[in-house]
Design a protein around this ligand. Structure first.
Ligand SMILES: Nc1ncnc2c1ncn2[C@@H]1O[C@H](COP(=O)(O)O)[C@@H](OP(=O)(O)O)[C@H]1O
Ligand SMILES: [Mg+2]
Ligand SMILES: [Mg+2]
Ligand SMILES: [Mg+2]
Length: 349
C-alpha cells in the first residue's frame, strides 16, 4: 500500500523521539531551557528529538530522496558556550538510539548531531515529497510538565499524505470536559493517519492500534471545546464569545500542543478554535500532522473563512485569521459564530 513504509518509519521515529523527551521532562533542569532569538523556549529535548527523527527517517528510507522542513536549526548550538549543551544532546541521542537497539552504528559525534538537526532546513513547497517536523510542539507545556507532542507529517505534491502525533502525557482515556478521572490514568498516546486509511491510536508503550473517530455530536451545547493553554497563542476572549453564541456549556479545556488535534480525533471534544493575535503567521509544522489525524478520523479543518488549509506554500500557512477544527455536522454553525464574533470585534474597534 502507498506510504506503508513511510508511515512505519514515521511511527518509529516519533516514538523514539518521545522516549528521549520523556527522559528529559522527568529530569528537567533550569539550565535545559535556552531562549531562541524569537524568545520562545527551546530545550535540549527539542534538539534531541529533531536529531532522532531526522536520523531514523534517513536510515529507514535510505532509498528515497530526503527533504525535511523542521522547526529547529543548529545555529545557537554552534555558538561559543554551547559546547556543554551540545554534548548533553549528543549523549541523549546516543542513549536513545542504543536503547532501541536496531541501529548497529558507532555512537554519533556532536558534528553528526548538528548535521542531523540541520537536515531539517528544507523549505517545503508544492513539488515532490517533504517531511514536516515539530520535534516538540508545545515547548511551554513541556517545560511546565504538561502536554506536548512530537508532530511529524509527510507532504506529497503539497498535500498531507500521512501524519503521526506522539503525545507522551496524554491519557489513553478521554480528557474532554465531561470525562471524569478518579485515578491517575495510563498516559502516552501515538496517533497515526494515512490518506484514505483512517486514523489509528495506540499507546506509546506499544498496544495494538484502534481506529478512532471524531465526535458525532450535532449539539454544540454538549460539545467540549479545546483551546491553547497559552493565552498569547489564541484570543481566549474571542473564543469565549464564540462558545457563548454556540451555547457551549462546559468551560474550555485548555491544553498545549497538537495533543488537541489528537484528543479531538477520538471524540474527547468536538471543537478546537485557534485564533492568534493579528500578525502571527502559522507554520506548517504546527498543524500538518494534527490536520491529517483529525481529517482521517472524519473531522474538518479550515481557516476562519472556511477555506481548506494549504500546506504547499512553504514554511508558512497563508490563512484568514485563524483555524477551526470540528466535525462535519457542527462546522456550519461554528463557522457562522466565528464570522459573527470576528465582525463584532472589528466593528468594536
Ligand atoms: N503568539 C503566538 N500566537 C500563536 N501561536 C504561537 C505564538 N507563539 C508561539 N506560537 C506557536 O504555538 C505553538 C504551540 O501551540 P499551542 O498553543 O497549541 O500549544 C508553538 O509551537 P512550539 O511549542 O513548537 O514552538 C508556537 O509555534
Ligand atoms: Mg518553538
Ligand atoms: Mg509547534
Ligand atoms: Mg516546537
Amino acid at each position: 500500500m502507498a506510504y506503508d513504509k513511510e508511515l512505519a518509519a514515521a511511527k518509529k521515529a516519533a516514538s523514539l523521539a518521545a522516549r528521549l523527551c520523556q527522559k528529559v521532562q522527568k529530569a528537567l533542569l533550569e539550565s535545559d531551557v535556552q531562549s531562541k532569538s524569537d524568545k520562545t523556549p527551546v530545550t535540549v529535548a527539542d534538539y534531541g528529538s529533531q536529531a532522532i527523527v531526522s536520523f531514523v527517517l534517513e536510515r529507514e528510507l535510505s532509498s528515497e530522496t530526503f527533504s525535511l522542513v523542521a522547526e529547529e536549526d543548529s545555529g545557537d548550538l554552534r555558538k561559543e558556550g554551547a559546547q556543554e549543551t551540545l554534548e548533553r544532546i549528543t549523549k541523549l541521542v546516543n542513549d536513545t538510539l542504543a536503547s532501541d537497539g536496531t541501529y548497529n552504528v558507532s555512537p554519533l559525534s556532536s558534528e553528526d548531531v548538528l548535521v542531523a538537526i540541520d537536515s531539517g532546513k528544507s523549505e517545503g513547497g508544492s513539488r515532490g515529497r517533504h517531511w514536516v517536523l515539530d520535534p516538540i510542539d508545545g515547548t511551554k507545556g513541556f517545560v511546565r510538565g504538561d502536554q506536548y507532542a512530537i508532530a511529524l507529517a509527510l507532504l506529497d505534491e503539497g498535500k498531507v499524505a500521512l501524519g503521526v502525533l506522539a503525545c507522551p502525557n496524554l491519557p489513553l482515556s478521554s480528557i474532554g470536559s465531561n470525562s471524569q478521572h478518579s485515578s491517575p490514568d495510563k498516559v502516552g498516546c501515538l496517533f497515526s493517519a494515512k490518506v484514505g486509511a483512517g486514523t489509528d491510536m495506540q499507546s506509546l508503550g506499544g498496544s495494538p492500534p484502534i481506529k478512532v473517530h471524531v465526535s458525532a455530536t450535532e449539539n454544540p451545547e454538549e460539545a467540549s471545546f479545546f483551546e491553547s493553554f497559552e493565552a498569547a497563542h489564541s484570543m481566549h476572549d474571542l473564543s469565549s464569545s464564540i462558545a457563548k453564541k454556540l451555547g457551549v456549556k462546559a468551560p474550555p479545556v485548555r491544553i498545549d500542543s497538537q495533543a488537541k488535534y489528537g484528543a479531538l480525533s477520538r471524540g474527547d471534544g468536538a471543537i478546537y478554535l485557534r485564533l492568534p493575535h493579528e500578525g502571527y503567521r502559522e507554520k506548517i509544522w504546527d498543524h500538518a500532522a494534527g490536520y491529517i489525524v483529525v481529517t482521517e478520523a472524519g473531522g474538518v479543518v479550515t481557516d476562519a473563512a472556511g477555506n481548506p488549509l494549504d500546506f504547499s506554500q512553504g514554511k508558512y500557512l497563508d490563512l484568514d485569521t485563524g483555524i477551526i477544527v470540528t466535525n462535519q455536522k457542527l462546522m456550519p454553525s461554528v463557522l457562522k459564530a466565528v464570522r459573527e464574533s470576528l465582525d463584532e470585534k472589528a466593528s468594536a474597534l
